[in-house]
Design a protein around this ligand. Structure first.
Ligand code: SF4
Ligand code: SF4
Length: 442
């Protein structure tokens, strides 16, 4: 056993492993290898490799989950390079949830082989500790601002340490000097203590009577795209909502996607404890991936999670029911559907409706719901395949001729912005909330 891995089962792991394996094997029973999924799988289109589509992946996962002894080289790339985009399930006549099968297969992989030290640090120490996470990101920002990271990249140092470091550095152009949580005070929020926890509260504007909402700040919005979060908070408050921002943790999607189910469950449990201190009409977030994953807390945590999940909304689901501002002159915009939001939470019409009502001319994007290749940290872990998927998306954006592409997930915004720098076309990439805020200021 390498000292960089830890094979010991953690609390609940064996039980969780059995549940997920049984569920995945049930799904796999329905895969008849028909191959309909080939037509929509972005990784198959990029590789033309039979193992990089649901049919091939399910074949490998079936053997892995049944306990066959497979060499890591025979299954790890197809299993870990699935985007979990869910596109295959939509065309699959048996509705096989290949994304869930892949999560179970990844979980089995870690149980068999142990989690690497970096994964343990990230999921067990960094994500449950937002202060430490923010410190680490500030340090990265300092490296970028002082030119240290560009120097290390041009000298080939980043690649030498780890090719993924180089991919991460290229993907993120800059780190904001202040995060969204640092800006709440400036937006008019006041901090209050609630029992053992605390929250920032922004009252409704005078004369309005909108809902009281808990606002869930995704890590990507807080640390990388605070301006998108600021826009969403302004729009919701202008629409009459009272907003409460608790000191919660990461939603848990990153460890879940890697198959680290215990780490995901731990984050979900702690979030549920923290958020249970606040009475609200709903929980809203500007991150489509967080919205979709928070809506799955029921699957992770049982009945208490189900009650919570039923109250989770994406920004556009709330905004579409508010009085919206209107632009003085129209602007052409196209819209990219984040995978988790459109298939995980079935939010397709609301963002489009919000944009139209604000006076934007919406130009439908070909393959709008195809993954952009961002998929959380997929673009860092699998940069080459991610780039191939992204190139196709950018070509489609170019055909619309729209000067702006809107979307509803910070991970997609980061990836599409990278696509603009890498492949063009020279379009603005914005969150739907930023476009509504633009209409508000017009
Ligand atoms: S995942 Fe569905 S569409 Fe793909 S081979 Fe299996 S049954 Fe057919
Ligand atoms: S989830 Fe997406 S990437 Fe994975 S097999 Fe299905 S279509 Fe392909």
């Amino acid at each position: 056993m390498s000292d960089a891995t830890d094979h010991r089962p953690r609390a609940g792991e064996l039980e969780g492993q059995a549940d997920h394996t049984a569920h995945a094997l049930d799904e796999l029973l329905r895969c008849n290898r028909c191959g309909f999924c080939v037509s929509v799988c972005p990784t198959y289109r990029a590789t033309l490799n039979e193992l990089f589509v649901a049919r091939g992946r399910n074949f490998l996962a079936d053997r892995l989950l049944r306990g066959e002894s497979l060499a890591e080289d025979d299954y790890a790339e197809p299993v870990f390079q699935c985007l979990l985009c869910g596109a295959c399930q939509v065309v699959c006549r048996s509705s096989v949830k290949t994304d869930e099968v892949m999560v179970a297969a990844r979980h089995r992989h870690w149980c068999n082989r142990g989690r690497p030290a970096l994964l343990r640090f990230f999921f067990d120490h960094l994500l449950p500790n937002p202060r430490l996470l923010r410190r680490v990101v500030r340090l990265v920002g300092l490296g970028k601002r002082t030119g240290l990271s560009s120097l290390a990249r041009s000298l080939g140092l980043l690649r030498w340490i780890n090719v993924r470091l180089e991919a991460a550095d290229a993907l993120v152009e800059s780190i904001p000097r202040s995060f969204l949580r640092d800006r709440l005070h400036r937006l008019g929020f006041r901090r209050t203590e609630v029992g053992a926890t605390a929250a920032w509260v922004l009252p409704r504007p005078k004369g309005t009577a909108g809902p009281r909402l808990v606002y869930f700040i995704g890590c990507g919005t807080d640390l990388q795209l605070p301006e998108a979060g600021e826009a969403a908070l302004r729009v919701l408050n202008a629409g009459g909502c009272e907003l409460v921002v608790p000191e919660h943790l990461c939603c848990g999607l990153p460890p879940f996607s890697y198959g680290d189910l215990d780490a995901a469950r731990l984050l979900a449990t702690r979030n549920l404890e923290i958020l249970s201190h606040f009475q609200a009409d709903g929980i809203v977030t500007d991150c489509g991936s967080c919205a979709a994953f928070l809506s799955r807390y029921g699957e992770l945590l049982g009945p208490s999670g189900e009650a919570f999940s039923a109250k989770v909304f994406d920004f556009a689901e709330v905004a579409v029911n508010l009085p919206l501002p209107r632009l003085r002159s129209s602007l052409r915009v196209t819209y990219h559907d984040p995978c988790h939001l459109v298939r995980g939470k079935s939010v397709r019409d609301e963002p489009r409706e919000v944009l139209r009502r604000c006076g934007y001319e919406l130009i439908e994007l070909p393959e709008a719901d195809w993954c952009c290749g961002g998929a959380g940290t997929y673009n860092i872990m699998h940069p080459q395949l991610s780039l191939s998927v992204l190139e196709r998306k950018m070509r489609n954006i170019g055909t619309t001729g729209a000067p702006v592409v809107a979307t509803s997930c910070p991970a997609c915004i980061i990836q599409l912005s990278y696509g603009v720098r890498r492949f063009g076309p020279k379009v603005e990439v914005l969150h739907v909330a930023q476009l509504v805020a633009r209409a508000l200021a017009d």
